[in-house]
Design a protein around this ligand. Structure first.
Ligand code: CMC
Length: 424
């Protein structure tokens, strides 16, 4: 028998509400009538609200489990490619060899972007943050591909998601090249998704750039780990914008804006700034005391859902070793390890169940690969595009999805007569 929640109202009526099965137990309070209208929840930050049904990503925050379409993240990180995972997220199943070959070809033939987008990126000031350039580039794409607005047309939906997946590395690489004042490198058809991205970032005028396979695999793993994470802040932004009937480019543009924030994707950049600010291992205890006194946050720690070690952080820690074999060890690593060691034993962090999250170690890898910190969140946005597309598609094809429009608890004044200027 399915579980129900019994709710009694002051008039003496009682209501049995069904509790839906799923990763969190949820019910629909709207169905409880009261004298003042249906019951609403007050839940700022959506701490305890399920905004949709989804079959894409499963997280068990207590156990530290993450699965895409049922496949454990560690198996995907060890054995799949990023485009294979993107296919899985979008279509629900792992591709066969022939499907994967066709899919890679489809995505990779859409790498070129319109020259006007190049001009758009070029028009930014030299010191503009690359996330702003990426957001503008992605949001502009709907003007180049008007078919994207036909969100009820399955073919148009698919084509435009593929365009976005194909083009986002090009725009991301150009946003970076613009920052360092280098010429823009065009996609190379002979290279795979990740290798081509690296070449567009690091190709110099004379030498043909070929990524070290260990570096390229480490980035591929990072891409897989970042590909989706159910209803996080940016995915929620994508779904909210989509719920108004928007195309995938406009919706992903909003996602990039949300991801930019230091409490979300911007945390990897903030971790690096924090590690540099601490400066040396012997200053770690003092920094931890500052965190406990509320003077700073331990960036890269804590998560809304994980109350255990983030499974992605565990895999990234291992990828650090592979990358440092090529680049040499990032000297900030010892500070990060000491922070983690102390925090995991300290009562403040233990009682609040704060553990390292995905952003704690990823910045160390990116820095070792010589990315400036402003690029770290861009390196999060590129792979997250796969998840945004899958979540956008699920949202716009869900018959239960309505425009996302929360209620509020109004706390302001009521019914005041207008006061003429002379009497104020
Ligand atoms: N350092 C110190 N204290 C913390 C931290 C932290 N990083 N995170 C949470 N706390 C404390 C917080 O002060 C609160 O304490 P108290 O109960 O005494 O008021 C308690 O832990 C619960 O925190 P919360 O802010 O209510 O939790 P939340 O679910 O609203 O926030 C979070 C989650 C990720 C925004 C937060 O942990 C945080 O700001 N972490 C640092 C930023 C970060 O690393 N973000 C990346 C998140 S993972 C990847 C992504 O989403 O992009």
């Amino acid at each position: 028998m399915s579980e129900t929640l019994q709710v009694s109202t002051s008039g003496g009526a009682s209501h049995d509400l069904p509790i839906t099965d799923g990763t969190i137990r949820a019910t629909d309070l709207k169905k409880v009538p009261t004298a003042a209208g249906p019951l609403a929840t007050y839940d700022p930050g959506f701490m305890n609200t399920a905004a949709c049904r989804s079959a894409i990503t499963f997280i068990d925050g207590d156990e530290g489990i993450l699965e895409y379409r049922g496949y454990p993240i560690d198996q995907l990180a060890a054995r799949a490619s990023h485009l294979e995972v993107a296919y899985l997220l979008l279509y629900g199943e792992l591709p066969t060899a022939a499907q994967l070959e066709g899919w890679e070809k489809q995505v990779n033939t859409h790498r070129l972007v319109h020259e006007n987008v190049r001009d758009l990126i070029d028009a930014f000031r030299y010191d503009a943050h690359p996330m702003a350039k990426l957001m503008a580039g992605v949001a502009s794409m709907q003007t180049f591909y008007p078919s994207s607005r036909r969100i009820d047309d399955p073919e148009a939906r698919e084509l435009n998601m593929i365009r976005l997946l194909g083009k986002i590395p090009t725009m991301a690489a150009w946003a970076y090249r613009h920052s360092i004042g280098r010429h823009f490198v065009y996609p190379n058809d002979e290279l795979g998704y990740v290798d081509n991205f690296l070449a567009m970032l690091f190709q110099s005028q004379q030498r043909v750039y070929r990524a070290d396979p260990r570096v390229s695999r480490a980035l591929e793993v990072l891409f897989i780990l970042h590909a989706d994470h159910e209803q996080n802040c940016s995915t929620n932004a994508v779904r909210a914008v989509a719920s108004a009937g928007n195309d995938v480019f406009t919706s992903a543009g909003a996602g990039i804006g949300a991801l930019f924030g230091p409490l979300h994707g911007g945390a990897n950049e903030a971790v690096l700034a924090m590690l540099r600010g601490i400066g040396s291992v012997d200053r770690v205890p003092e920094f931890i005391e500052g965190v406990k006194a509320g003077r700073a946050k331990l960036m890269g720690f804590g998560h809304r859902v994980y109350k255990n070690y983030d499974p992605r952080a565990r895999i990234i820690k291992k990828a650090c070793d592979d990358v440092f074999e090529v680049t040499g060890v990032n000297p900030l690593l010892s500070i990060a390890q000491e922070l983690e060691r102390i925090a995991l034993e300290d009562e403040y962090f233990v009682t609040r169940r704060l553990y390292p999250n995905v952003d704690f170690y990823s910045g160390l890898i990116y820095e070792a690969l010589r990315f400036p910190p402003e690029m770290f969140t861009v390196l999060f946005a590129v792979p997250r595009t796969a998840g945004w597309c899958a979540q956008w598609l699920e949202g716009v094809t869900d018959p239960e999805q309505k425009i996302m429009r929360p209620r509020q608890i109004y706390t302001g004044p009521r019914e005041r007569d207008f006061v003429p200027m002379a009497q104020r």
